[in-house]
Structure formats: structure tokens, C-alpha cells
Design a protein around this ligand. Structure first.
Ligand code: SAH
Ligand code: SF4
Ligand code: F3S
Length: 469
């Protein structure tokens, strides 16, 4: 048993990261024949992409996907630890698995992902939910076949979670649901340690992938018909900083653009590392999409300092305006936390002020959730929950107003949409504009995967309707 350890997860050394290729022993390649798996994914795109790797690994072992948890032979929850409610959802699901295992004791079930990296979670599972067969962490996905083989032969929970900084595993297979757009990791982990955030503990130190490995992956996706890649990292702008080489995110973006893939996106951009050179490169290449997610978190300098974000309201606005000025028709979205410990009415008004100035295309808003082991969890927090909720509603009203306003600018305009899936709306396909607006378009299924000109005929707060132009 190897349990996670919070103190260890906090440490950062200067030691070089090891790069290994994914391998699987031949004996394991028959373990899942005749069996099905069900994977449920919580959290961010990083987790979605990890699940794509996990599914492909399971299929290499002979398992087949089953969309119905109730009849699957193997159940895996790929979890998120970012806020308390993510936790609660997973524990609710574990309760359902308990009932299922009472009826079908041979079902194998376990968890992975960011919650598996938390000491408290693993202890709670071993204490109260020991019917789970395995737990593995974010740094040992490549070892899942071995862990599973071990778990299938024993009666206790197999636990293997590393709290060291993590290696980079290349040549991992991926089962991508979408045939036209793909996630590509460019870096793992995060060294920013914003005081509220658990990610630097659950994902380890920042490790950038090699430049050539990323370019190779993009080229091969392009050859296989993919139209769009999203470069993934907790902090993509800091790409390469850990490698001490001559290139940075702007060079990477430029090289990815030169592969000729039709659309390039990237998430997430921390305002701290956003260079002028990056802005210029994004503006220069038409295949780098004019869409930037630029988390604000708070508009109050006092709170930003307590959060450890290392920018001010003024420097954020300066960056925001530079991006708007340099990149034509750019859309910008953000993340905001209300109710950080000690947030006063005045601090909150500063946040509203930034929203009024930036008029975001959209925003994800959250109430602060204390995460065990992070500095903010220990800060004095005397704002009542009702006040925090009231602030969240007020903020959401403002955000929605500007989201609708931003969408209205598209009415009767013609835009390019990559039709990438069948819409919930009858007879429609759905896809995104270059600026990341969701559009439902009346079109036949044969048009899936095409980038087409669409005339916007109706706009809502969260989506638009269009017709092929
Ligand atoms: N790496 C990304 C953030 C990933 S987490 C970045 O730096 O932008 C996504 C969002 O969750 C964060 O931007 C933040 O707004 C929110 N978040 C993170 N920790 C939180 C916490 N403890 N409570 C509430 N919201 C949180
Ligand atoms: Fe969390 Fe901050 Fe890192 Fe984003 S930059 S993952 S908010 S610590
Ligand atoms: Fe959640 Fe881990 Fe992503 S905590 S947001 S799944 S990095």
C-alpha cells in the first residue's frame, strides 16, 4: 500500500523529470477480454484527457466500454478535488457502488484522479468504503494495468498513489470520443501555489513536455483528420520555464501554428506569465483561435495578494486591454471566486468593477471552498454563507448580462463554425465559432467535421442558432 502524503506533495526540488514511454506486459493484454468498463469523469479538461488515456489502456487489456454503470464489470471514478461539492458528488457515487456490489459482488470498482491524491480522502475510503478494490493517483495512470491485476486477486483495497513530483509518460494511447478536436497535454502540474488551490498538491510540480513530442502529436492528429487541438496545462503560459531552454509558450504556439492544423486553442492562461510576444503570435496566425480564458479570481488588490496571484487590478486590466487591442475580435472569458476569507463588501465591489470594465464573453463563478492543506483554508473567514451566496447571485446576474450582450453582436453576422457533434436540437449539428461560441446549426449529419460559414439568426446567453450561409 502506498498512500498519498500531503507534506511530501508540497515539496518542490530542482531534480530533472524523467521521461519514459508507456509499456504494458503481454500477460495483461488479455485480462479484460469479455468484460466491460464504465468510467465517470469529474473536473477539468485535464481529467477528461486522462480518462481518454485510461479508456485506451483498458481497451488494450481487452475491456470494452459500457455506458451503463449498472451492468459494467469494472467501474472507475476519475475524480476532482477542486471544491467541496466535487467531493460530495463522488462520495454519493461511491454509495451507489456499495449497493451495486451487494447485488453483484464480482464488480471491480475504484477511484483515481485528484481526490485519490488527498490523504484525507484515502483514509476515509480505507476506513468506511473498503469495498472499493483500488485507488491510484494522477502520477501513475500508466501503472493502472498492474494495479488492476493486483486488485483483481485480493480482498483488500489496492492503493498506489505517488506524492513525489511525477514523471512524464510519453506514447500513452488515447481513446478520443470526438473525431475532429483533440486535447494535447503540453505540461503537467503547477508551481503557482495560489493559496486557495489544491492543484499543485494533486498534480505535482510543473513539468513541460518536450517541444518535439508535442509537435509530433499535433502532426499525427492532423494526419488523422483532426481539425482542432486544445493545448492543455494548468498554466500554459509558463510552458518551458522548467526546462530552462531558449523557447517559451509563444515559440510553441508559433510552431504548432506552422503545422497547419486548422484550429489551435489553449487553456488555461495565468495573467502572470502572459507575454507581449504571446499576444503578437496569437494575433498573427489565423489558425490560433481568438479566444482567451484569463482567470481574474478577484478584482481587489488586497484579496489578490492574499490569494498569491501576483498581479493587481490595474496590471490585469492593462493586459486585458492589450489583448483586446492586438487580437481582432478576440473573446475573453474568466474565472471568479467570491467569498475568499476576509472578502469585504468593498473588495467585492472591486470585482464587480472589473467585470463592468471587461464585459466578459462569459465567466465561471465560484464560492470559495476551503481545501485541506492549503494556506487559505487556515485564514480567518467570518463572512456568512448567505452573504457569499448573495454576492454570487449578484455577480452571476452581471456576468449573464454581458454574456448576452457579447452574443448579440453576432446576430445576422456570418461566422466559421466547426460542426463537431450532433446537437440536442432536432435536425441540428452543434459546434463552436472561432471565438468559442456554441452554435446549433440545421445541417445533415454528413457535414460533421466540416468548418462552414454560418449565419447567426438567434442568440441566447449560452448559445446561438445559425443557418448554413
Ligand atoms: N489553473 C487554472 C485554474 C484551475 S481550477 C488557473 O490558474 O486559472 C479552475 C478554477 O477553479 C480556478 O480558476 C478558480 O476560480 C476555481 N477554484 C480553484 N480553487 C478553488 C477553491 N478552493 N474554491 C473555489 N474555487 C476554486
Ligand atoms: Fe491552482 Fe493557481 Fe495553479 Fe491555477 S495557477 S492551478 S489556480 S495554483
Ligand atoms: Fe479538479 Fe484536478 Fe482538474 S482538482 S479541476 S481534476 S486538476
Amino acid at each position: 500500500m502506498l498512500k498519498p502524503h500531503l507534506e511530501q506533495a508540497r515539496k518542490r526540488t530542482r531534480s530533472l523529470v524523467k521521461i519514459e514511454d508507456f509499456k504494458m506486459r503481454d500477460e495483461l493484454k488479455t485480462l479484460g477480454i469479455g468484460k466491460t468498463y464504465f468510467v465517470k469523469t469529474y473536473g477539468c479538461q485535464m481529467n477528461v484527457h486522462d480518462s481518454e488515456n485510461i479508456k485506451a489502456i483498458l481497451e488494450m487489456m481487452g475491456f470494452r466500454e459500457n455506458e451503463d454503470m449498472m451492468s459494467a464489470d469494472l467501474i472507475l471514478l476519475n475524480t476532482c478535488a477542486i471544491r467541496e461539492n466535487a467531493h460530495n458528488k463522488v462520495f454519493g457515487m461511491i454509495g451507489r457502488i456499495k449497493h451495486l456490489k451487494e447485488e453483484r459482488p464480482n464488480v471491480i470498482a475504484g477511484i483515481c484522479g485528484c481526490m485519490a491524491q488527498e490523504e484525507v480522502v484515502v483514509n476515509e475510503i480505507l476506513d468506511k468504503f473498503s469495498f472499493l478494490n483500488f485507488i491510484f493517483g494522477t502520477h501513475n495512470i500508466h501503472e493502472f494495468p498492474e494495479i488492476l491485476a493486483e486488485a483483481m486477486h485480493k480482498n483488500s483495497t489496492e492503493v498506489k498513489v505517488y506524492s513525489f513530483e511525477g514523471n512524464i509518460i510519453e506514447k500513452m494511447p488515447a481513446k478520443r470520443d470526438n473525431k475532429y478536436k483533440a486535447f494535447v497535454n503540453i505540461m503537467y502540474g503547477c508551481d503557482k501555489f495560489c493559496t486557495y488551490c489544491i492543484v499543485p498538491y494533486t498534480r505535482g510540480k510543473q513539468r513541460s513536455r518536450r517541444f518535439e513530442d508535442i509537435i509530433e502529436e499535433v502532426k499525427s492528429l492532423k494526419e488523422n483528420g483532426y481539425k482542432e487541438v486544445t493545448l492543455l496545462g494548468q498554466n500554459v503560459n509558463a510552458y518551458g520555464k522548467d526546462l530552462n531552454l531558449e523557447f517559451d509558450m509563444s515559440d510553441l504556439l508559433e510552431s504548432v501554428a506552422k503545422t497547419g492544423i486548422e484550429r489551435i486553442r489553449f487553456v488555461t492562461s495565468h495573467p502572470w506569465d502572459f507575454t507581449d510576444k504571446m499576444i503578437d503570435v496569437i494575433g498573427k496566425y489565423p489558425n490560433i483561435m481568438p479566444y482567451i480564458h484569463l482567470p481574474l479570481q478577484s478584482g481587489s488588490d488586497r484579496i489578490l495578494k492574499l490569494m498569491g496571484r501576483r498581479y493587481t487590478k490595474e496590471s490585469y486590466l492593462e493586459l486585458f486591454n492589450k489583448i483586446k487591442k492586438t487580437i481582432p475580435n478576440v473573446s475573453i472569458t474568466t474565472d471568479i471566486i467570491v467569498g475568499f476569507p476576509g472578502e469585504s463588501e468593498e473588495d467585492f465591489l472591486s470585482t464587480l468593477d472589473v467585470v463592468n470594465k471587461c464585459k466578459y464573453d462569459s465567466a465561471f463563478t465560484f464560492i470559495f471552498s476551503p481545501r485541506e492543506g492549503t494556506p487559505a483554508a487556515k485564514m480567518k473567514d467570518d463572512t456568512p454563507l448567505e452573504v457569499k451566496e448573495k454576492r454570487l447571485y449578484e455577480l452571476n446576474d452581471l456576468v449573464n448580462k454581458y454574456a448576452l450582450e457579447a452574443n448579440k453582436k453576432y446576430l445576422n453576422k456570418t461566422v466559421k463554425v466547426l460542426l463537431d457533434e450532433v446537437s440536442d436540437k432536432e435536425g441540428c449539428l452543434a459546434g463552436y465559432t472561432e471565438s468559442m461560441k456554441l452554435v446549433n446549426v440545421k445541417a445533415p449529419k454528413e457535414m460533421l467535421g466540416q468548418i462552414v460559414d454560418v449565419k447567426i439568426v438567434d442568440v441566447r446567453t449560452w448559445s446561438m442558432n445559425g443557418e448554413i450561409a
